[in-house]
Design a protein. Structure first.
Length: 641
């Protein structure tokens, strides 16, 4: 019979030791599906996002897709050369946060970090929603289940990614190369048909006619189309963020992976644009009842609706859904880098069972799920929020690289390359922000400064903590006096006896506090001399002191807290050790039958205590004998340890 541990190992893989980290490193071919899926899969929704905005132009809109795609690919080439240099200069991971922070200052680094974190969450959401959109194109009856399908794919992606980088790369290689293979075949066959038919091939299956034109072509519309097409460039930075995931030589493997990713993406974008123009493939309304994705129409136009069509659509669905993996690979690395600088909670530094920064994954999954729910899993509603973070990070990174090369000296050529990248991506950032602002980009523009304020607040907290706890002086021997031990006591019992026995072993000054409501019998004060004082005096030991306070309003914890704080204030240089006796039951539901004053007292002392107050639990486990004493009633008379 399998244990829960066996099932967990089967699902997520066995735990990995830190010494096994090297085996988790990957080569350039495995790096393509891990760090390139976001960029490559954007060929499925980048051109469609541009064509969707061109719907009002009718058939004239289809004619604009080639120049728009050429502009996007030209920008892609500029960014490619810029990031090759970033990989060379920052072999330990040169993400925008690191590059901008080191060269432009902390504020620029935080701006890049906030932009990238938002972009990665959007990457995951857009990738999954676009994948489901591809599925709905092939099976329209599933449209009512869009959100459920999105959340189901997110759950499966989480399970796969929790297995670690190496296993994830192996799992994703087949769908990635199937996607590339099928689309390249579609493009190749389409280009051959264009050559045979003089640039005007006949679709194998009938395509919907472009809607009649309702608008004129304007510069503003072209800028909006370009900004939507630029969503195809998101994810390009991923390789430079994850250089350390590659095996030696990491820089060489990372640059090789980046080169292959950019080359394939360029071919896909230009190929799709040329074929859409040749076959007159126009986008359909994403929210309409007859929606069909551009790649679905293009595939059946070139090769019909046979088995190859369904294989292609399946590969597109898989890769679009899996493209969120780029965010899974880079978001935890980014949050770790930010946490190392004390701008995010240190929980992001913790590594899980598979050597992953698991808390980064948990937060990414939660934020992605929220985003999918808010926008109903519809890609077209998410696209306006997209790309701003990526291009802002591009700009900051490339600007930082310019200063890096100038500071190094003798690298003017490299500085020029990064300078061109910074200028081009900076202009694109402004275009994307302005053209998409009213459509939803304002949300991203608002979130970025909010996240910066949060990160600065976290940093101030850690700075305050360090100021208060840092110590560079020798140990203060004068502060090693025995503490005053304070012990709440309700009635004389085995629980109280165990706590008192431990208290007397720590100090000769023990004060037992008993709060007595006026409507109950004060039995412990009557029995204290016989049960406690006399045994200790007979043994020649110091006698613990019983302090009783009457509570006319039946409050117990507040009078007790007042006394403890009074003892702590009387001598701030002496420790006040509060022992909290606590009954521990076997089953959780048994807690409902006992008051929880011990837990509440500990919480209050943590919130309102002073530096010289120390709290210790003294548990009494119900139905278990105390192994330290054969006769518990004699424990109080045992000599101090």
């Amino acid at each position: 019979m399998k244990t829960p541990g066996d099932l967990l190992n089967l699902l997520l893989g066995r735990p990995l030791a830190t010494s096994e980290e090297r085996a988790e490193h990957i080569g350039s071919l495995a790096g393509i599906p891990i760090f390139g899926l976001d960029a490559l899969s954007s060929a499925a929704y980048g051109p469609e996002a541009a064509l969707t905005l061109l719907i009002p132009l009718g058939i004239m809109g289809v004619k604009q897709i080639i120049p728009v795609s050429v502009a996007v690919v030209s920008l892609l080439v500029i960014v490619f050369f810029s990031y090759r240099q970033t990989i060379e200069a920052y072999p330990h991971g040169g993400g925008s946060f690191t590059v901008a922070g080191e060269n432009l200052g902390d504020n620029a680094g935080l701006l890049a970090a906030a932009a990238l974190m938002i972009d990665y969450v959007l990457t995951a959401a857009v990738g999954i929603s676009a994948g489901v959109g591809a599925l709905i194109s092939a099976v329209p009856s599933l449209q009512a289940h869009t959100l459920a399908l999105c959340l189901g794919i997110l759950f499966l992606l989480t399970l796969v990614n929790m297995r670690g980088v190496h296993d994830t790369g192996v799992v994703f290689m087949i769908p990635t190369y199937l996607f590339l293979g099928t689309l390249l075949i579609v493009i190749a066959v389409g280009l051959v048909q264009m050559a045979i038919h003089g640039g005007h091939p006949t679709p194998v299956t009938q395509l919907p006619k472009p809607a009649p034109a309702t608008e004129m072509l304007t510069l503003w519309l072209l800028l909006k189309v370009f900004s939507s097409g630029c969503t195809a460039m998101t994810g390009v930075e991923a390789v430079s963020n994850g250089v350390m995931a590659f095996r030696d030589d990491a820089r060489k493997n990372a640059k090789k992976a980046l080169t292959i990713i950019i080359a394939l993406l360029g071919v896909l974008l230009l190929g799709i644009a040329v074929l859409c123009h040749a076959y007159n493939v126009a986008a359909t309304d994403p929210g309409g009842p007859n929606y069909e994705s551009v790649l679905s129409m293009l595939t059946r136009a070139v090769l019909g609706r046979g088995w190859f069509y369904y294989v292609t659509i399946a590969s597109i669905l898989l890769v679009l859904s899996l493209s969120a993996n780029t965010a899974f690979a880079d978001f935890p690395r980014l949050t770790r880098a930010i946490a190392l600088k004390n701008y995010l909670p240190h929980i992001f530094l913790l590594r899980g069972r598979r050597l992953l920064y698991s808390w980064g994954i948990y937060i990414l999954v939660a934020l992605t799920a929220i985003l999918l729910i808010l926008f109903d899993g519809v890609t077209d509603r998410l696209i306006p929020l997209y790309a701003i973070g990526a291009f802002l990070a591009f700009t900051l990174s490339q600007t930082g690289m310019v200063l890096h090369w100038l500071r190094e000296g003798g690298h003017s050529g490299k500085a020029v390359v990064n300078g061109i990248g910074a200028f081009a991506t900076g202009i694109t950032t402004l275009v994307v922000l302005v053209t998409k602002f009213a459509s939803g980009a304002w949300i991203t523009a608002l979130l970025i400064p909010c996240m910066i304020l949060i990160m600065k607040a976290v940093n101030r907290h850690y700075a305050k903590v360090n100021r208060q706890i840092d110590l560079d002086t020798p140990f203060a021997v004068t502060e090693t006096r025995p503490p005053i031990v304070v012990m709440p006591i309700d009635r004389w019992s085995r629980v109280a006896e165990k706590a008192l026995s431990f208290a007397m072993s720590l100090s000769c000054e023990v004060r037992c506090i008993h709060i007595q409501p006026t409507d109950s019998v004060d039995q412990i004060s009557k029995d204290w001399k016989k049960l406690v004082e006399d045994p200790f005096r007979a043994a020649g030991k110091d006698v613990p002191k019983l302090i009783t306070r009457v509570s006319p309003y039946r409050y117990i914890l507040q009078p007790m807290l007042d006394l403890i704080l009074q003892f702590a204030q009387e001598d701030e240089h002496r420790r006040v050790l509060v022992l909290v006796p606590e009954l521990v039951v076997r089953h959780w539901w048994q807690n409902l039958m006992h008051n929880q004053r011990a837990n509440v007292l500990k919480l209050i002392l943590l919130l309102r205590g002073m530096q010289n107050i120390v709290v210790i639990n003294i548990p009494w486990y119900l139905d278990r004998e105390d192994p330290l004493t054969e006769e518990p009633h004699l424990a109080a008379t045992q000599p101090p340890a």
